[in-house]
Ligand binder design. Structure first.
Ligand code: PDD
Length: 278
């Protein structure tokens, strides 16, 4: 599949940008991953709104509407469209001599392409997690491409043959390295409130709304490590994760959570999420 660089479609090996691109040099860039189900883009407005928010936080002037035609083209042109896939969108502040302050003028560089993801039958899969300390910065609400800490943390679980790393800071679970975390105890569902400690997940919002529609007791309160005892269910959400049941959580060499199959709350939300996306 071709990629779209600054509005032009080309073979990936032909796509070139300057070594002075600020995304490349400084991580001065934002991104979004937008899914499409059966060839139809999902929650586009929500992803664009979040991009607008990230732009405002890093004082980057850019009209996100400009990207819409290329996102839609990525879906139309995708050879994966018959299956499930997603659009990757990256926007850097552009090319300028390297400075620690933001340059007054630089031409943004943007990249759009589609890639295959296995979205179907997510409810038949499960993940096992590693719990680790959240070493990321204090602005996790900005969807920046500066994901070195996230990838370091995710790689720790990957090396152990696990699927994702669940993060805690000051005794509270924040989120996963690339997903949002939900906990169920005594029929109450907990997820970290929005703020600088987490990314405001699009799937998170959808699942919270589904909880309300289903009259489930959802609380935007962080879950504490000391409450892991008698924890009933854990699931993660995200664009590529959807609503993923968690069977095991490991911490410092021991298993601190185990539940071999999806609990009733996870099952209900998986079903509702599936109906929403198909
Ligand atoms: N990651 N938290 C973090 C740190 C994330 O990177 C993501 C998404 C999420 C879930 O957000 P959403 O529901 O909007 O996808 C939560 C994307 C998919 C990625 O890095 O590929």
């Amino acid at each position: 599949n071709e990629v779209c660089l600054n509005g032009e479609w080309m073979k990936p090996e032909e796509a070139q940008i300057s070594v002075f691109d600020r995304g490349f040099m400084l991580g001065d860039a934002l991104y979004e991953v937008i899914p499409f189900y059966d060839g139809k883009v999902f929650a586009l407005e929500e992803h664009l709104d979040r991009l607008k928010y990230s732009l405002s936080q890093i004082r980057f002037d850019f009209e996100v509407k400009k990207l819409v035609p290329f996102i839609l083209q990525a879906v139309e042109r995708s050879s994966y469209a018959e299956e499930d896939a997603a659009v990757y969108l990256q926007l850097s502040r552009g090319t300028a001599p390297r400075t620690h302050f933001f340059p007054q003028s630089s031409e943004p560089n943007f990249l759009v392409y589609s890639f295959p993801v296995k979205l179907k039958d997510f409810e038949q899969r499960s993940w096992r997690l590693l719990l680790a300390e959240d070493i990321r910065w204090h602005r996790c609400d900005i969807k920046t491409t500066s994901y070195l800490a996230n990838t370091m943390l995710n790689d720790e679980s990957h090396r152990l043959g696990l699927d994702e790393t669940l993060l805690f800071r000051d005794g509270k679970i924040t989120e996963g390295s690339h997903s949002t975390a939900f906990f169920v105890k005594d029929n109450v569902i907990y997820t970290h409130p929005e703020g600088p400690e987490i990314l405001s997940g699009i799937t998170r919002k959808i699942v919270i709304d589904l909880c309300r529609e289903l009259s489930l007791d959802i609380r935007e309160e962080s879950y504490r490590l000391e409450d892991f005892e008698n924890l009933d269910e854990v699931f993660l959400t995200g664009t590529t994760t959807q609503v993923m049941m968690i069977t095991d959580i490991f911490f410092e060499g021991s298993k601190i959570f185990s539940r071999p199959e999806a609990g009733p709350v996870t099952q209900k939300l998986q079903k509702a999420f599936k109906e929403k996306t198909r």
